[in-house]
Design a protein around this ligand. Structure first.
Ligand code: CU
Length: 319
């Protein structure tokens, strides 16, 4: 099964070889899920995708990790992307490069604890359902790039929550725009600050969950948002400096749509070692079932630099 870069010979990655063929020219282009419309990548854009994934049954929640049959032959610097996930039951899709190689194929991803141990580099993502013809696009600020690391392997993580009454199959596609780096450029990555230690019971009156994380080193956030799912009602993200002062960077009510496209704090925010991020989540008054991670979440996600890998912090534990 071929589900690597559509129609692109490997050497197209090499810096200097910016003449990238953008359309799936070769006969071995991966199959596209029926009804999943993705525009053709524009000139110079690389298309990376999963195969059509295994069936997700009604009521099933699953996270797939698809390891592509491709070693990254040289550092790839990304300035913008568009990402697409087929709409039905979609929660999110993320393209990573991963340090520890694995036999190409699609696996059910490990637990949050296991995935924390994996050294990953974020390259692109989309929140669920925001597909159609638009997908999610993101352009990094000037002089900031994501980097796919030479020798690593592409991995696409897709999360599916099937509330429909029929099984679904899904697929994710990424369009990557790269450029040559300059000495001014900073390498950025993704952070996810979260708790997985909560249980919300329909009988409880307490609807509050908190996630906290203390920075281990100095870095700069340049995008930060809250993250909850469809039972979310309100989220507050506070930065508490080691000096004691604190600053609310986000404070807004939550709607399910924000899981895919959340309001974000987009100014540069210098974080020092010892500074803390505190996320306070409030959930809807009526719950029809007990909720815990990862069906519901309380966290903050965003981007930071300088980075050599993603920063994942669950309940103040970072690998
Ligand atoms: Cu989530």
């Amino acid at each position: 099964m071929n589900f690597s870069l559509t129609g692109l010979p490997r050497q197209c990655f090499l810096p200097g070889l910016v003449v990238l063929i953008s359309s799936p020219l070769l006969a071995n282009a991966p199959e596209r899920l029926p009804g999943f419309v993705v525009p053709a990548p524009s000139q110079g854009v690389i298309e990376i995708q999963t195969p059509i994934l295994d069936e997700v049954k009604p009521g099933q929640e699953v996270m797939f990790c698809t390891y592509l049959d491709l070693e990254i032959p040289s550092d790839m610097f990304i300035e913008s992307y568009r990402a697409f996930q087929s709409r039905a039951a979609a929660h999110h899709a993320i393209l990573f490069s991963v340090k520890k190689p694995r036999e190409p194929g699609t696996y059910v991803c490990g637990s949050a604890e296991e995935s924390m141990q994996e050294e990953t580099t974020y390259l692109a993502a989309t929140g669920g359902g925001s597909t159609g013809d638009e997908g999610s696009s993101y352009s990094l600020p000037d002089n900031v790039l994501f980097r796919a690391v030479k020798g690593q392997q592409f991995m696409i993580q897709t999360h599916w929550l099937n509330y429909l009454d029929k099984p679904i199959r899904g697929q994710a596609v990424f369009h990557i725009q790269q450029r040559q780096p300059t000495p001014k450029d900073k390498i950025a990555d993704f952070f996810f600050i979260s708790t997985n230690q909560f249980k919300l019971d329909p009988n409880d009156t307490n609807r509050q969950v908190q996630a906290r994380c203390t920075m281990r080193e100095d870095l700069t956030f340049f995008m930060a948002s809250g993250h909850m799912h469809e039972y979310g009602k309100h989220v507050v993200v506070t930065v508490k400096k080691a000096s004691g002062e604190s600053m609310k960077i986000l404070d807004h009510s939550w709607t399910p749509h924000f899981t895919a496209v959340p309001p974000a704090y987009t100014q540069e925010l210098k974080m020092g070692q010892g500074d803390e991020v505190i996320v306070d989540c409030t959930y809807k008054d009526k719950l029809d079932k007990p909720l815990s991670y990862p069906t519901e979440m309380c966290g903050s996600l965003g981007f930071f630099y300088p980075a050599t890998k993603s920063m994942v912090c669950f309940d103040n534990v970072m690998p």
